[in-house]
Design a protein around this ligand. Structure first.
Ligand SMILES: [Fe+2]
Length: 457
């Protein structure tokens, strides 16, 4: 039997197909734009290889788009048919099972099925990365970290996936608050896998969470080669850089990055929309006039109100609709979310119910300048916001909106408590956002001679 680059037996019949499969795996680990090309090459060469069909289905589900679900359903059918024609290995069967579980509305079960592979094939970097990707979507940082810690000792220095594994470990460490180890691990991983945009970005997250924007800019500058080969993940890395410039008060640079990198492609991919909407929201909270930039995002988001694939995506579409004053679309989105939340069967529907409904209600109220309602609902959502998925840095936009809603509606003590929790999560580091809000709260209470300067609405 042939083996792949990580030493796994593969039921492919030709070395040419294995070569493409290896390129696909390394591409997926590096978030490379060329990954689907390699995958399609495997499928064209050996359509009976069920794992490739399953991967195709999983990749489409990761895009979080309702209209692509059918493609995943078809990939699942192709994978099932392929399994009857050939003799898949146990790990290949697990990939197919995982696709079926996710299609049934249970990404958590799918992730757990992939974790079973890592018990008997701990050096399978593909299974490792799929597990990380699904846990990220679920906002499950503890499982991300545990998954890596279960296998890391089996990776020796020669393992082709070791650098990427360290990149994933760096991110999981950062998301669980171990910033120093995260940075060290991420830097070590980059030496082994210089194209690992995820590991590079894990270190950027450390700088973000330790309020060290200068260090972050230093880290990202002149390392563009690590992310320019990426799929739209490269826009996310630019977004991180923009956050650091924002913290430095360099608004012109932020706008330039927004127009020329972050929104270079005007897609409605939810990851791209989330980068854009959360940056515009942050800018507006600082009183910056973002011009007509909401219009384009709102136009695209109006077509996504029936999606319901991921609460993380829906909340960012909601930001765009609120930002662009699309009242009808906001109502449509709210009504659909309520329907999903009421069903409350799948992992996704449960997240719609909690924290989704309260978060969306808060965002809608914020858009209507009803800051009291916004604060009450966003505070309620905040308790389970991790279940919306994504990273601390991404969810921070909701944290900022909550705090600002609290300050604007006079809940100064409550807003200050959230600011303090936010600061504690950053090991006591205070970014510019926090410093300004602490000053606003002091001014609001009449402490000292500070005047209460509210950001422009
Ligand atoms: Fe990130």
């Amino acid at each position: 039997m042939l083996t792949d680059i990580f030493g796994n037996d593969v039921s492919l019949e030709t070395t040419a197909a294995v070569e493409s499969w290896n390129k696909m795996q390394l591409g997926f680990l590096a978030h490379a734009a060329i990954t689907p090309t390699h995958l399609m090459d495997v499928i064209e060469r050996e359509p009976q290889f069920a794992a490739a069909q399953a991967l195709k289905g999983l990749f489409y589900l990761m895009l979080g788009r309702k209209e692509l679900r059918q493609t995943s359903v078809e990939a699942n059918a192709a994978a099932q048919a392929a399994m009857k024609q050939a003799m898949p290995t146990a790990r290949e069967r697990a990939f197919v099972d995982a696709l079926g579980m996710w299609l049934s509305g249970n990404p958590r079960a799918a992730r757990d099925r992939i974790e079973e592979v890592l018990v008997f094939a701990p050096m399978d970097s593909l299974a490792m990365k799929i597990s990380q990707a699904i846990s990220f979507i679920l906002g499950d940082a503890n499982t991300m970290r545990g998954s890596i810690e279960n296998v890391i000792d089996t990776y020796d220095a020669q393992h082709a996936g070791r650098g990427y594994l360290l990149g994933c470990y760096a991110f999981a460490l950062e998301e669980t608050g171990e910033y120093r180890r995260a940075e060290k691990t991420g830097r070590e991983g980059m030496l082994l896998a210089p194209d690992d945009a995820w590991g590079l970005h894990a270190v950027a997250h450390v700088y973000e969470m330790t309020a060290n924007s200068k260090g972050g800019l230093d880290w990202l500058s002149s390392r563009e080669s690590a992310w320019e080969h990426c799929n739209n993940f490269r826009y996310h890395v630019w977004w991180h850089k923009a956050l650091m410039h924002l913290d430095e008060g360099q608004i012109d640079v932020v706008m330039d990055l927004y127009d020329n990198e972050i929104r270079k492609d005007k897609t409605d991919d939810y990851r791209d929309i989330s980068n854009a909407t959360s940056l515009l929201s942050r800018l507006e909270l600082e009183g910056v006039d973002v011009g007509n930039r909401w219009e384009e995002l709102a136009d695209l988001s109006e077509n996504r109100t029936e999606d319901g694939c991921l609460i993380f995506a829906d909340l960012h579409y909601m930001l765009a609709l609120v930002g662009g004053d699309r009242e009808d679309a906001v109502k449509t989105m709210m009504s659909r979310m309520h329907k999903d939340a009421k069903m409350c069967k799948s992992d996704i529907q449960k997240a719609m119910a909690e924290p989704g409904i309260a978060a969306a209600t808060g965002l809608e109220a914020f858009g209507e300048s009803d800051y009291k309602t916004a604060f009450v609902n966003l505070s309620q959502a905040r308790r389970n916001m991790q279940d919306a998925g994504g990273s601390h840095a991404q969810r921070d936009v909701f944290e900022r909106l909550t705090i600002d809603a609290g300050i604007r509606s006079g809940f100064l003590n409550e807003a200050e408590a959230i600011l303090n929790e936010r600061k504690a999560k950053r090991n006591g580091a205070e970014d510019t956002y926090a410093s300004v809000r602490f000053e606003m709260i002091a001014a609001g209470r009449g402490d000292g001679n500070l005047s209460l300067q509210m950001p422009a609405e």
